[in-house]
Design a binder for this molecule. Structure first.
Ligand code: ATP
Length: 254
């Protein structure tokens, strides 16, 4: 398997009111081409810290981030990573989808002559071509979320970091976005997905990492999580949400 991302022995220690706080303690994992890896864990487990380091927003205290064979631990420029933190912010509400994406294509260093085609390509990928000339202020939450993914796709990155991509969306809209995410992975893009929605993870993730108190508690498949919960609790659980709930007490900081 072609490893797109390798994360090696990541540690992150925050300085908080003269006290050191270990947010990440020896995190290692890899993502293969076209794979969807989901990062799970309770609030404060270290998911955002991990994603921020991979995205180049934070330098780890120690450890390495290798993207397509290149050590990118301390570089902030990552043309091969598209990031979508989602939410209401991040776009000019009085400008159209196309105008917004052209601005971000410029930031993503897409050559000027290619920007129009690139913006049309990413809009088509997330099925927003028909509203390309509509102002963002008129967009629904689901459309804004799709636009975030479109923005992350500018410049054809090999890896997408998707933070809670369906948060706050109704089930039907969430389902269509999940299908888009699956389609992207099928084209060979690797995806790191953080989510608190277990049915979403169950549907999308090829591999799951469960973080607890800054450490890796589990790496494997969704069915592996269920098996682990069953052998730990002597129950016959059959879904990720119940399995995760059974394991949750073990994930808390002491
Ligand atoms: N800048 C900071 N300074 C001090 N502590 C921090 C800082 N950022 C995060 N932390 C702490 O590090 C730990 C990990 O935080 P992080 O945001 O990575 O967790 P998370 O798993 O993403 O949680 P959530 O699900 O709530 O988003 C938490 O205990 C948090 O309070």
């Amino acid at each position: 398997m072609n490893k797109i991302l390798i994360v090696k022995h990541l540690k992150e220690t925050y300085q908080d009111h003269n006290q050191k706080f270990k947010a990440l303690d020896d995190i290692s994992f890899a993502i293969n081409q076209g794979e969807i890896l989901s990062l799970l864990g309770p609030n404060g487990a270290g998911k955002t810290t991990t994603v921020s380091i991979i995205g180049g927003y934070l330098i780890p205290t120690s450890g390495k981030v290798i993207l397509k064979g290149q050590d990118i631990t301390t570089t902030s420029k990552r043309p091969s990573i598209g990031v979508s933190f989602g939410g209401e912010m991040g776009f000019y509400r009085n400008a159209t989808a196309k105008q917004n994406l052209k601005f971000f294509a410029d930031l993503a260093k897409v050559p000027f002559r290619k920007q129009n085609d690139e913006v049309n390509r990413v809009l088509a990928t997330v099925e927003l071509s028909n509203v390309a000339n509509k102002k963002i202020g008129e967009f629904s939450k689901g459309m804004v979320q799709r636009l975030h993914i479109a923005r992350a796709l500018l410049g054809s990155p090999s890896l997408l970091l998707l933070d809670e991509p369906t948060s706050g969306l109704d089930v039907e809209i969430a389902h269509t976005i999940q299908q888009t995410i699956k389609n992207l992975a099928d084209t060979g893009i690797s995806i790191l997905l953080t989510s608190h929605t277990m049915t979403e993870v169950e549907k999308l993730a090829d591999k799951v990492i469960i973080l607890g108190a800054g450490k890796i508690f589990y790496t494997g498949t969704v069915s592996g999580v269920v098996n682990l919960a069953n052998s730990t609790t002597q129950k016959s659980l059959d879904n990720l949400e119940d399995a995760y709930m059974a394991l949750a007490p073990k994930l808390r900081r002491k």
